[in-house]
Design a protein around this ligand. Structure first.
Ligand code: SAM
Length: 436
């Protein structure tokens, strides 16, 4: 057996602030670093490690020591192998080219752009099955069988932007605009807490009525009254605001890049700048949020290579949560007559993302559930490990139709998907299938 040559180490710092300070110090001394999700054996799900080159270890340790930064451990960055993957598939009708990539996956080698395009392009049944199987094995290896369940509250559908695909854009007139007040939001937060959920997702349009003071007050109440983890999804804000919310206890932030093709990004986002969006995402990472991004599959003019580049972007940016959903045409928007995104391509993108990015949260998205009643089960079998329940009160829900016929993902459908995918509900959940 050949011994694997280690090229990188992963440093686990004593805390998030030590990790961020340490990373900055190393970069200031021209040591090449990247922040990556730590493998399960070295930390809790989605803890972040600093990746350095083997030759920089001694200097990095001494910089940390001189600046009182605690190191919890330094581990070799081992390749994540899927032993026996290819042998099992030998009888299937798989092209030699596709088989070569599966061998790379088996050996834990990194996939390049060309490999990813080939994986995404396949239309052969046996190859797709092999891809989903590899992703499912990787998912089991890196995050296990438990499906993380989170509750989302869409607390305002006011938006200052006019993204061409989105059903709550500012120019859409046939829409009752609403804002939940703090007490209404807290009522739902308490319900989510009572059923044992650990994370609440607070999502809205880009609504500046929600000033830093109002958002801060909400964060303080959620933390003070329930201690739940908070994921914010409120769009682009100044760095100081992101910093303020982090200090007050917000844990995660979801800001999808939607597409990394600049031209396409500009076409669908008349009010946004691609570089600024990337900058916001970089700030969130620097500030220590678990950083969420994602893309929309099947946007007009999007190519397979664009999707492959999105996946490499998630990997290079060290994104921790990656939402991949099909484009769903929304009534009244400039894109309403364009065809919907392909479920098949969305599932392939989920699978390749799991293989390329490994230890990340990948939700079975609501958009997928809206186009296919079995969409969530299929995503869970193709590498996904999270379900986001929609807990927006019934009287507001209809007006948060970011796309038409948005399916409501509730506890019942989550139980169904988890059972069908032969996975486990999280131990923290205080309700059972029979009690809901
Ligand atoms: N305003 C926040 C932001 O921009 O990050 C969060 C709200 S936004 C409505 C949430 C997500 O909905 C977007 O990131 C986008 O991916 C998704 N979305 C909106 N319209 C969509 C459509 N027609 N098809 C698929 N996804 C859509």
């Amino acid at each position: 057996m050949t011994r694997e040559k280690i090229k990188h180490y992963l440093i686990m710092a004593g805390s998030t602030s030590h990790m961020l300070r340490g990373d900055k110090l190393l970069k200031d001394r021209s040591i090449v670093t990247s922040l990556v999700p730590a493998p399960s054996e070295y930390g809790t799900v989605c803890a972040t490690a600093i990746k350095i080159r083997v030759e920089d270890r001694e200097e990095a340790e001494s910089i940390f020591k001189n600046n009182s930064i605690t190191i919890e451990g330094i581990y070799p960055d081992k390749a994540r192998k899927l032993i026996g993957l290819v042998e099992k598939l030998m009888d299937s009708v798989i092209s030699p080219e596709f088989m070569e990539i599966l061998k790379k996956i088996e050996e834990g080698e990194e996939l390049d752009l060309k490999d990813i395009v080939i994986l995404l392009q396949t239309e052969r049944k046996a190859e797709k099955e092999a891809l989903f199987h590899a992703a499912d094995r990787m998912r089991r290896e890196v995050v296990g069988d438990v499906v993380d369940i989170r509750g989302a509250i869409e607390f305002s559908n006011y938006c200052r932007k006019d993204c061409r695909y989105c059903g709550i854009g500012k120019n859409l007139k046939d829409l009752n605009r609403y804002r939940m007040d703090e007490d209404e939001i807290m009522e739902v937060v308490h319900y989510l807490h009572s059923i044992g959920l650990k994370t609440v997702i607070l999502q809205s349009g880009e609504d500046l009525w929600w000033t830093p003071e109002k958002i801060s007050s909400l964060i303080k109440r959620v933390k003070g009254e329930t201690r739940m983890n908070i994921t914010l999804s409120i769009g682009e804000r100044p760095r100081e605001e992101y910093e303020l919310y982090k200090k007050l206890g917000a844990n995660n932030f979801l800001l999808k890049i939607e597409t990394t093709n600049r031209k396409l990004f500009e076409f669908i986002h008349p009010d946004d700048d691609f570089d600024h969006r990337v900058k916001c995402s970089t700030w969130l990472r620097e500030l220590g949020y678990l950083n969420g991004s994602g893309n929309i599959i099947g946007l007009p003019g999007q190519t397979t290579e664009d999707i492959a580049k999105d996946i490499l972007f998630f990997k290079e940016m060290g994104i921790n949560m990656i939402g991949i959903g099909p484009f769903v045409p929304a009534k009244g928007t400039p894109l309403e007559d364009y065809p919907k995104g392909s479920i098949d391509m969305t599932l392939k993108a989920v699978a390749v993302t799991r293989i390329a990015c490994k230890r990340v949260f990948i939700p079975a998205t609501t958009a997928l559930a809206s186009l296919d009643p079995d969409g969530q089960t299929k995503a869970l079998k193709a590498g996904a490990n999270t379900i986001m329940l929609i807990n927006t009160p019934a009287k507001y829900r209809y007006n948060y139709q970011i796309y038409s016929d948005k399916n409501m993902v509730d506890l019942k459908s989550a139980f169904k998907a988890v059972e069908e995918a032969k996975r486990k509900m999280p131990p923290y959940l205080k309700v059972t299938k029979l009690s809901i």
